[in-house]
Design a binder for this molecule. Structure first.
Ligand SMILES: [Zn+2]
Length: 433
């Protein structure tokens, strides 16, 4: 069936004190697009980069640290520039005159991950949490695009842009609406809006388990990866000494094999993290910030930094396909804080893999403790980003047998609680099974 897509221009009623957040978001979004264009546009000296994946691999992390944008907005900025580069290359091929793309128009791209679209208002992700904007709707929308498409439940929201009209100082959502081709798609969109925010925390390690989640899953084997890595290096060392051509070829193929093995291992780990998030009904996955990992983490080699980045990219990419957001949080004190009582002290961590709280004597695996603190950090950030929203969804950390909200109230999940309990209050509802 053919898709019908219509664009509807909707004026937004932005709270005065949040206008600046939208302007800052636009500035940083354009920074992502322009940085990408600078990097991707290499004419006439070299081929331009027109692969989104290549551009993301090269620039994503840097732009995440340079901006306060969510993962999704950084990606959209990169993609916008790659699209423009692609059309520039097409013009060059047609013999037309063109130059490096430059972005200065007031425009930010939003999709269902960075915005929650409703029929009467929209919630937009910004550099400073979410902002809720009511639509300014005409008294009699019948016969207008607003009545025909925006208020018509047969149409669903697609990737849209936020724009600003300087003369009138007004924000507009250019909503792209698609006529839903099946009932299934429609219901997916609607249920997304009502979902709770539940965070899976992930702690990454250079030894022991590669990743430990706040639900208590120990994933991947970092020791095995280190061992394989050392073996590869030793064999390579002895072969390089023989110096023959056949030895050289074997090194090439071994590099490929090593690379493939590591990638497979990281794919498997990313799949398990995704499974864990889905099994616990998580809307978000939190990682520690991955920059400066070698300075911060004792024993971290260049290859660990590479592996962590790769794992993060796999999780982020797969999460995007199932509508889960992946975020990084500051690593400060995540290993020193007691996830039970909150007491934070450097003496708390007794040994590498065992955590003992000096205040409440809570004792548990140190990485598991850290992953719970990582989840809590993102939870706090999400919570602070929705202060103005009266109908804001409750926020929860995903733990092995239930969820923890920011007040420290624990709620058992369905597999460990009596049926019929905890159904009336939204903050006490359980994670989905
Ligand atoms: Zn404690």
């Amino acid at each position: 069936m053919e898709d019908v897509i219509r664009t509807v221009q909707i004026k937004l009623d932005v709270p005065t004190e949040r206008c600046d957040d939208l302007h800052q978001t636009k500035n940083q979004f354009l920074h992502c697009a322009n940085t990408t264009a600078d990097w991707a546009w290499r004419y006439p000296n070299d081929y331009c980069v027109t692969s989104k994946q290549t551009a993301e691999n090269a620039l994503y992390e840097r732009l995440r640290t340079e901006t306060e944008l969510t993962a999704n907005l950084v990606q959209k900025g990169i993609r916008r520039a790659v699209e423009a580069t692609k059309s520039g290359v097409a013009r060059l091929k047609n013999g037309e005159n063109t130059s490096q793309p430059h972005f200065d128009a007031w425009s930010v791209v939003y999709d269902k991950r960075s915005a929650t679209f409703h029929r009467d208002h929209v919630s937009l992700s910004t550099v400073n949490g979410r902002v809720e904007c009511d639509y300014v709707l005409p008294d009699d929308p019948e016969g207008t695009p607003i009545g025909e498409y925006l208020l018509n439940e047969d149409y669903e929201f697609r990737m849209s842009t936020l724009q600003y009209d300087r003369p009138t100082e007004s924000f507009y959502l250019h909503a792209r609406m698609r006529r839903a081709t099946s009932e299934h798609e429609q219901s997916t969109t609607d249920s997304e809006d009502a979902k709770h925010r539940t965070v899976l925390g992930v702690d990454l390690n250079v030894d022991g388990s590669l990743a430990v989640t706040s639900t208590g899953a120990f994933i991947g084997n970092a020791d095995e990866m280190n061992h394989r890595r050392r073996e590869f290096e030793q064999t390579r060392g002895s072969m390089q000494q023989t110096g023959t051509r056949s030895a050289h070829l074997s090194i090439q193929s071994m590099n490929d094999r090593e690379h493939r093995w590591m990638q497979d291992e990281l794919h498997r780990a990313s799949n398990r993290i995704l499974d864990e998030a889905r099994d616990h009904g998580c809307t978000h996955i939190a990682f520690e910030n991955l920059t400066d990992i070698r300075k911060r983490m004792a024993g971290a080699k260049r290859f660990h930094a590479w592996a962590f980045r790769r794992l993060y990219q796999y999780v982020e990419y797969k999460a995007e396909m199932v509508g889960i957001e992946v975020e990084q949080v500051s690593p400060a004190y995540t290993s020193q804080r007691c996830s039970s009582c909150g007491f934070t002290h450097e003496s708390n961590r007794r040994s590498k893999h065992q955590f003992v709280c000096q205040k409440c004597e809570y004792e548990l695996n140190a990485d598991y403790n850290a992953s719970k603190n990582i989840a809590r950090k993102l939870l706090k950030r999400l919570h602070s980003g929705q202060t103005s929203s009266s109908g804001g969804a409750p926020c929860q950390c995903a733990l092995p047998s239930g969820t923890l909200n920011l007040n420290g109230d624990f709620h058992a999940s369905v597999d460990s609680t009596v049926e019929g309990e905890s159904t009336d209050k939204p903050t006490t509802s359980v994670v989905g099974y």
